[in-house]
Design a protein around this ligand. Sequence first.
Ligand SMILES: C[S@@+](CC[C@H](N)C(=O)[O-])C[C@H]1O[C@@H](n2cnc3c(N)ncnc32)[C@H](O)[C@@H]1O
Length: 234
Amino acid sequence: MFTCVRVCKRMSHLMSQRYTDHTSLKPSFYYRAQNFYKDVPASEEGMMGEFVELSELDLEGSRQFLKKFGPGKASTNRALDCGCGIGRVSKGVLLPVFQTLEMLDMMENFILHAHKYYLGDLADRVETYYVYNLQDFTPPPQRYDVIWMQWVIDTLDEDFLRRARGGLGPSGVIVLKDNTARQGCRLDTVDSSVLRHLDVLTSIIERAGLTVLDVQKQDAFPESIVPVWMIAMR
Ligand SMILES: C[S@@+](CC[C@H](N)C(=O)[O-])C[C@H]1O[C@@H](n2cnc3c(N)ncnc32)[C@H](O)[C@@H]1O
């Protein structure tokens, strides 16, 4: 039995959001991201763009990183996959480790695809699907052992990280995995994502009152693409 939580997009809230990088937030900021994902297919190709062949390498890198905070090191009751898409990370990284999982994405069709097709029998261990905007989401207090955010934080800021911190259980960890800029910050006006240098990300994390526990670069990705880093924090 699972729960599906759905909210309407609250544009007035978006207008009040603060954005703290090199760009100030316009009302159209998150709307543009939503528009972008409307045309993205509910598939691994959709989640990975033109880099779908890197998916298995990516998942393996994540599994190895998670070992530092998973079984034997911390509790593995429940994880939250933020910006889960169709559940690529849920299926390949989180469900093999955690007893139950909750998944959140702003796109209902991705969540439905995960539940009906992509996760198969693993969907039985998904407790809650949130069709929700992360910028409007406050995790239930002290609920999660791991909050995983992959290729989604680039639309968000420290306000979200601060709220996510409240959702961590006693030994809980937030893991952020994202593309990073080689220098400074760069806004992509098509999907509203922002590429930030690792130092910029780290300072956002610290401003959110979190402490970085571990940082690791994803191995073996081609030099031609921007560096992808995993950051664990609490
Ligand atoms: C590039 S995909 C990555 C999906 C998944 N994390 C993975 O690695 O396969 C980004 C996902 O984040 C979701 N997303 C982007 N901005 C979001 C927001 N503000 N709130 C909730 N979901 C968001 C998109 O709908 C999409 O499913």
